[in-house]
Design a protein around this ligand. Sequence first.
Ligand SMILES: [Zn+2]
Length: 88
Amino acid sequence: MAEMIYYNDQLKSTSTHIECPKCQALTSTNVEVKNTKTTHIIAGIMCLFCMCLCAWLPYTINDCRSVRHYCQRCNRYVGNYRGNYRFC
Ligand SMILES: [Zn+2]
């Protein structure tokens, strides 16, 4: 049986209120934000277009990054948010 996890339509780029699929607690999630390949690509593109001063921006926008959600109660992984931008 596949492990039940949450997906983009249920998760946000920040801490989200969920019913934990593992411990069934109504709680919020802890988030762990990771830079993806696309984060670096966007930063590179911004550099190319002489926006070096803005190249750090993708690193601060959660929508351009991968956000892993963990249950605050049992600390287990419940899902991954990949951002609103399809190319991310
Ligand atoms: Zn839990």
